[in-house]
Design a protein around this ligand. Structure first.
Ligand SMILES: [Zn+2]
Length: 487
């Protein structure tokens, strides 16, 4: 392993400089030392979890997800701080009675001495490996190359799981070393099906409402600005997707006989879809909201490189690049069922189905955005084409109230652990379960952190974790927990 990841000197120097007595060990310094000392074990534990192919998709063996849940429960028991550690399942919402979600892990310890309770969330299931030929290392064989640990789930989100475990271990060690007591309440919820729809998530929250109740919720499943700069994720777009079937004819007909007088469904679909965007490529659907907030600089060259725009192609949208990604809606046609070119006989298509995927700006519900889009499509159906809508999916956006004390404390802990202040970042993608957490626990302050960085490639071949980011993420969380325990 590259020793560059073990650079704790910043924090240790910082605490030495600010201590009145230069020989005394500050609580922060003890935690930094415990995190540093525990890092090799954390990397080894993470490697053991990566070896379990806990893919939560239906075509994969669920026994591995169960094995992974048991392994996570063992890690949590090993911290020695919990009153209870259980592997539990809940009924999947909208599924037949008795169909349970994948096993999750729930660990709790009650707060003492009036201290707050913190709920730590991550997920232990992973995406399928995808095309194994695309991997340079084996997906379920953790492999360190340079500063990075490769493997499916090495970042998303088994590193989130282990960052919680390692932060708790460091906290317990530092508290014991100082001869004081751990009074902070903790709940840990490690989900087993985040990568496949979180179908039992809401029921799990309801079933375990008392055990999960907390003053602060830390969701470690997001990313960082870069490997040297942390993010506190404060905005996430919502999502809404559905299939649209456009019908114009009762059956297919010869395009020479009837083309030019009978409207085919492809023509109607193309004309209809073209009303969704203006000439800049911005969404042009009335009733879709945008969120108004400033964004950090992100130049066009970076966008071109990251999204691989080919030469001569211009970006779409208006406003700052990040406002387009974080705070404005977008609509993408992600699939189309129509005759393939191999079957392109000279006929007028009677029916075309498209999958529409929309990102919803913070401040609008997914249902509201869906209604606006459906109304727009109905109002613009050309030639009286018949429209049918089906296979809806959705999840609400999320916006953090950044005025809470927990946000301030988290930002300070990140600044101290990384040596640089965090970016308050938005995410163009969606984590729908966060809106569920806010709904079930409206009093809790939510902090969305993470272990990913721009090179992580979560969900793709060659997923990897930057080990320096891992260390700093553990340290940030351990410092925050330590200060809440002491405060
Ligand atoms: Zn994840």
């Amino acid at each position: 392993m590259n020793t560059a990841i073990l650079g704790f000197s910043y924090l240790i120097k910082l605490s030495r400089m600010t201590d009145a007595d230069p020989s005394a060990t500050s609580p922060d310094q003890s935690i930094a030392e415990a995190v540093a000392g525990g890092l090799p074990a954390a990397v080894a534990d993470l490697g053991d979890l990566v070896r379990i192919p806990s893919v939560s998709w239906p075509a994969f063996d669920p026994a591995f997800v169960a094995q992974s849940a048991d392994a996570v429960a063992e890690l949590l028991r090993g911290t020695g701080v919990f009153d209870s550690v259980e592997v539990k399942r809940a009924q999947k919402a909208g599924f037949p009675e008795g169909e349970l979600g994948h096993p999750a892990v729930l660990a709790t310890r009650a707060a003492r001495g009036g201290k707050p309770t913190v709920l730590l969330y991550a997920h232990h299931d992973v995406q399928p490996p995808g095309d194994e030929a695309g991997w340079q290392t084996k997906p379920f064989e953790p492999t360190v190359v340079g500063d990075r640990l490769y493997g499916r789930g090495a970042a998303d989100d088994k590193a989130g799981v282990v960052s919680h475990v390692a932060a708790i271990r460091a906290l317990a060690e530092a508290v014991a070393g100082a001869g004081s007591e751990l009074e902070l309440g903790l709940a840990v919820f490690i989900e087993g099906e985040e990568e496949h729809g979180s179908h039992s998530f809401v029921n799990f929250l309801e079933d375990n409402r008392d055990a999960l109740a907390a003053d602060v919720i830390i969701v470690a499943d997001s990313d960082n600005w870069d490997t040297e700069t942390p993010n506190l994720t404060v905005a996430l777009r919502g999502a809404c997707a559905f299939n649209l079937t456009v019908s114009t004819l009762g059956h297919a007909s010869h395009s020479g006989m009837w083309g030019g007088a009978a409207p085919d469904a492809m023509l109607a679909t193309i004309k209809l879809l073209s009303t969704l965007w203006d000439e800049n490529g911005s969404v042009a659907v009335p009733g879709l909201a945008s969120h108004d907030a400033g964004t950090p600089d992100f130049d066009e060259a970076e966008l071109r490189a990251s999204a691989a725009l080919i030469d001569g192609v211009s970006p779409i949208g208006t406003g700052s690049v990040l406002s387009r990604l974080w705070f404005q809606p977008s609509i993408t046609v992600t699939g189309i069922d129509a005759p393939s070119i191999a079957n392109a006989s000279n006929t007028l298509s009677p029916q075309v189905t498209v999958r529409l995927s929309m990102r919803v700006a913070p401040g609008q519900t997914s249902d509201d955005a869906r209604d606006a889009l459906v109304a727009h499509l109905r109002a613009n159906a050309p030639f009286g084409a018949r429209l049918e809508f089906h296979d809806f999916e959705g999840g609400d956006p999320f916006l953090v109230d950044t005025r809470g004390w927990a946000v301030a404390a988290a930002k300070q802990a990140m600044a101290d652990a990384w040596g640089t202040a965090p970016v308050e970042a938005g995410i163009g993608g969606s984590i729908p379960f966060i809106a569920d957490l806010v709904r079930v626990f409206p009093e809790a302050q939510i902090l969305v952190t993470g272990v990913e960085d721009p090179d992580t490639r979560a969900h793709s071949p060659n997923e990897s974790l930057h080990l320096g980011v891992f260390k700093r993420a553990i340290l940030s969380e351990a410092l925050l927990l330590g200060r809440l325990n002491a405060g």
